[in-house]
Design a protein around this ligand. Structure first.
Ligand code: GTP
Ligand code: NA
Ligand code: MG
Length: 300
C-alpha cells in the first residue's frame, strides 16, 4: 500500500544523538526528556522506552534514545532509515575527537543533516570557538563560519539553551518538509524489543507512515502478533499511534530485532506465513554458515 498524495500531512522530526564518548549524549537526552516531563501532564510517569517525544511551542519532536552509533549501525545495516536529523554533541572542553569524526561520516553517509550541540559550556575551560574551527576541518560548516549547519551552545548539566536546541531542530525540520500519510497501512521500524516478565514480548517501534491501531496484525522481522495494547513514553495506553510516534507494542509472539521493519498485514494467516518464511530463511542461513565454517576447517 503506497502513500496517497492527497493524505500527506506534516509529521514530527525524528532525531538521534551522536558524538564522542563522555561528551554528554545521555545527559543531553535526559535533560531534554526532563523538560518534557515538566511540561507534560501532572502525574505522567516517564517510562524508559528507548524513544520519546517532547513538545516545543505545540510542535512535537521524537528523540531516539539509543546511543547514536548503535542505532545508526543496526538500523542502517538493515536499510532502515529511521532518523531525520542527527544532533552531534561536542564537549566544549574537549572539542572534536575520533568518534565525533566517525559520527560526522555516519550522518553524511546516511544523508542526514547535522545540528551541532556544543555541550558543557558551563565548564571554565569551555572553548566553543575551538569546536567550530575543529568541525571546519571535517567539512561541517556552522553558520558563523559561513556555512548552513546550525549550532547551539548548551549545558546538559545546567539545562542551558535546551529550548534553543529544540528551536533549531524545528527550524531544520521545516526545511526538510517532513510529511507522511496517516491514512495508509502502518509501517515503521523496531527500535528495541525485550521479553517482559509480566507483559510478554514488548517491541518499541517507530511508526513511520500510516496509523498503528490496537487489534492490527503486524509482522516485525521474523515475528508477528496482534496488537493487544499500545503504550506511549509516558506509560499511557493509546488506541492509535500515527507517523513519527514511538510506541510500545504488546501482543507480539516473540521479540523482533532492533532495526527490523514492521508492517501491518491483512490477517493472521498472512502474518504467520511471512514470519514462518523468514524464520526458515534465518535457520537455513545459520546452517549454511556453520557448514561453511566446517568446510574451511576441513581444508586446514
Ligand atoms: P557515553 O555514553 O559513555 O559515550 O557518554 P555520554 O556521551 O552519554 O556522556 P554522559 O552523558 O554520560 O556524560 C559524561 C560526563 O560528562 C558525565 O560525568 C556528565 O555528568 C558530564 N556532563 C554531561 N553534560 C555536561 C555539561 O553540560 N556540563 C558538565 N560540566 N558536565 C557534563
Ligand atoms: Na559516559
Ligand atoms: Mg551515554
Amino acid at each position: 500500500v503506497a502513500d496517497n498524495p492527497e493524505n500527506m500531512v506534516a509529521r514530527p522530526p525524528v532525531v538521534t544523538i551522536m558524538g564522542h564518548v563522555d561528551h554528554g549524549k545521555t545527559s543531553l537526552l535526559d535533560a531534554l526528556r526532563q523538560t518534557s516531563v515538566v511540561s507534560g501532564e501532572a502525574g505522567g510517569i516517564t517510562q524508559h522506552i528507548g524513544a520519546y517525544q517532547v513538545e516545543q511551542n505545540g510542535q512535537k519532536i521524537t528523540f531516539i534514545d539509543t546511543p547514536g552509533h548503535a542505532a545508526f549501525t543496526a538500523m542502517r545495516a538493515r536499510g532502515a532509515q529511521a532518523t531525520d536529523i542527527a544532533i552531534l554533541v561536542v564537549a566544549a572542553d574537549d572539542s572534536v575527537m575520533p568518534q565525533t569524526i566517525e559520527s560526522i561520516s555516519h550522518a553524511k553517509a546516511a544523508g542526514v543533516p547535522i545540528i551541532v550541540a556544543i555541550n558543557k559550556i558551563d565548564k571554565p575551560d569551555a572553548d566553543p570557538q575551538k569546536v567550530r574551527t575543529g568541525l571546519l576541518q571535517h567539512e561541517v560548516f556552522v553558520e558563523s563560519m559561513g556555512g548552513e549547519v546550525l549550532d547551539v551552545e548548551v549545558s546538559a548539566k545546567k539545562g542551558t539553551n535546551l529550548d534553543k536546541l529544540l528551536e533549531a531542530i524545528l527550524l531544520q525540520s521545516e526545511v526538510l518538509e517532513l510529511r507522511a500519510d496517516p491514512e495508509r497501512t502502518a509501517e515503521g521500524v523496531v527500535i528495541e524489543a525485550k521479553l517482559d516478565k509480566g507483559r510478554g514480548p514488548v517491541a518499541t517501534v517507530l511508526v513511520q507512515s500510516g496509523t498503528l491501531k490496537t487489534g492490527d496484525i503486524v509482522v516485525a522481522g521474523d515475528q508477528w502478533g496482534r496488537v493487544r495494547a499500545l503504550v506511549d513514553d509516558k506509560g499511557k495506553q493509546l488506541k492509535t499511534a500515527g507517523p513519527s510516534m514511538p510506541i510500545e507494542v504488546l501482543g507480539m509472539q516473540g521479540t523482533p530485532g532492533a532495526g527490523d521493519r514492521f508492517a501491518v498485514v491483512e490477517n493472521e494467516a498472512k502474518a504467520r506465513e511471512i514470519a514462518d518464511y523468514r524464520q526458515r530463511l534465518a535457520r537455513e542461513k545459520a546452517v549454511a554458515k556453520s557448514a561453511g565454517q566446517r568446510g574451511s576447517l576441513e581444508q586446514m
